[in-house]
Structures are given as structure tokens and as C-alpha cells.
Design a protein around this ligand. Sequence first.
Ligand SMILES: Nc1ncnc2c1ncn2[C@@H]1O[C@H](COP(=O)(O)OP(=O)(O)OP(=O)(O)O)[C@@H](O)[C@H]1O
Length: 305
Amino acid sequence: MITVHHLTKSYRGVTAVDDVSFTARPGRVTGFLGPNGAGKSTTMRIMVGLSAATSGHVEVLGGRYADLPNPGIEIGVLLDASAQHAGRTGREVLTIAARTMGLPTSRVPEMLRRVSLTEKEGDGRIRNYSLGMRQRLGIATALIGDPAVLVLDEPANGLDPAGIRWMRDLLRDFADQGGTVLLSSHLLHEIEVIADDLVVIGNGRIVAEGTKRDLLSTAGTVVSSADNTRLAAALADAGIGASSSGGGSLHTHAEPHHVGRVALVAGIALTELRPADGAGLEEMFLELTAESQRDNTVPEGGAAA
Ligand SMILES: Nc1ncnc2c1ncn2[C@@H]1O[C@H](COP(=O)(O)OP(=O)(O)OP(=O)(O)O)[C@@H](O)[C@H]1O
């Protein structure tokens, strides 16, 4: 379990993360979604003690990351797959990770297999790895301590569709065994295939949170007939609440086929029946993305606190 409590982070005048609170639960893959510069990496860096919060705090497995005696065996972290020593081999990186955590080096070939890197690839230098191979190695490093929690920043970057499917299966398996997964992405469709729950962030603030199913479901139905009062009464008799959506139509949270059936049974001819558009996750996300592109925020390099 990861619980973020009212987290705020400011960098000299720029509020990167603004009063962010959310929970990533065991047994679930939680997608942390937001356009570039939304505050995902900053939140994750604070989570694993790499950056200090201006205010608020994060609890991982009920405590603070900095207080864990051997964090690698409790929390697997992948923040930047390219931040590996280019001259080392994948096997060396995993061996160092195993030794640092006090684990047997027999875990190394096991992890290479787990992320589908061949023995030969394991012996290759990281400078010759593709981004996808670096991501696999990063995930192997995160998994080597057999942690209960995974924190992965943009792990699907550089993976092809087969690689994304592979990662989805791996994370699904991890969560099905009771693990907590938090992974970030700036691509809705990428995270849509992997996550169970979504936390959406824009301009440093949480703008939506919930199960993927709830957030991606349509926003109800728009319906109208020549006599909307009679239609509303028929829907109410069937236990379906409806309100005026403006423009002479009714809006209801029921699915269009339910609404159509009620109207048919009541003998009401419909003049309009369609899924409601508007506040769908996709539109909201596109708006956020367009907004951040308009802002065109430039990072202040090297000013990390
Ligand atoms: N070290 C820093 N100094 C100043 N501003 C920073 C620093 N790091 C991040 N920021 C700013 O904080 C905001 C959030 O950045 P962050 O990297 O957390 O976003 P992100 O959602 O991870 O985006 P991306 O997908 O592009 O990495 C941005 O406006 C960024 O410019």
C-alpha cells in the first residue's frame, strides 16, 4: 500500500506538486497518468526519498521509505531506465543489486529469465541496449528483492506493443499475488491496458481518481421524445432517474439500451437516444494535454532540492 498525504513540492516559484493525495492499494495496478510536466516524477521521487517534500508526506507499507532498513526487499523502484552505468553489463547491474540487498546471486539469472532477457543479452554492455531492454533490466532490478510494492516511472517507454503486453502480464501477476503497483505514464491508451485504478494528475493537482472501469465508462445517456415529462415518469417507474440536460433532452446514468427498452414498453416514440459525451476521461485528458502544451513549461535544470 502507498498512501500520499497532501503532498506539495515547490521549486523556486514553480509548484510542481500541489496538495496531492491518493492511495495505491495491494492487489491492484494503479496507473498514475498525466501529461508531460504534470508532476508524476516529482511525486515518485519524493515517495522513494530522492527529493524532500515542501509539505505533506508519503507512507509506503505504513511507514516512510527513509526509515526502511533494506528498502530494496520491500519496494522495487524504477525511475529512469537510462540512468544505468553504460559500461556495465546487465548481469553486473543485477549482481550489484543482489549483493547490496544481501541476496544470493542465484537471483540474477532468475531475474534475467523473468524479464525475458537472454543470457547473452545479460552479458552485453548497457550502452548497446535498446531502451526496451533497459526497461526490462530496470524492472528486473526492481523485482530482484521480491518486494511487496513496485514504483515504476514510465516503464512502458521504449517497449513495443508485445513488450507492453508482456509488462501488463508481469504486473498483473505481481498484483494478483497481493503486490501493490504504481506506474506512471503520459499516454492514456498505454496505461488503459495495464492499470486497474487510475489517478490522473494535471498541473500538479489530482483531477480524477477511481477504478478504470468507472472512469472510462460513458457519461450516461441523452434521450428525448415529444413528451419528456411522460418519458421521465416512465423512466422513474423503471427506477431510472433522469434530469434535464438542456436543449430539450433528458440525461440519465443508465445505458442507452435500458432507456430504449423502457420507452418501447411505455409506447413512447423517441426523437433522440445516444451515449452522453462530455466529461469522459479521454476528453478530460486531451484537454489537460492541450493545456500543458500551451503552457510549454520549461524545467529549471539542476535546481532539484
Ligand atoms: N529540479 C527541478 N527544478 C525546477 N522545476 C522542476 C524540477 N523538476 C521538475 N520541475 C518542474 O516540476 C513540474 C513537474 O515535473 P515532473 O517531472 O514531476 O512531471 P512529470 O509528470 O513527471 O512529467 P514528464 O512525463 O515530462 O517527466 C514541471 O513543471 C517541471 O518543470
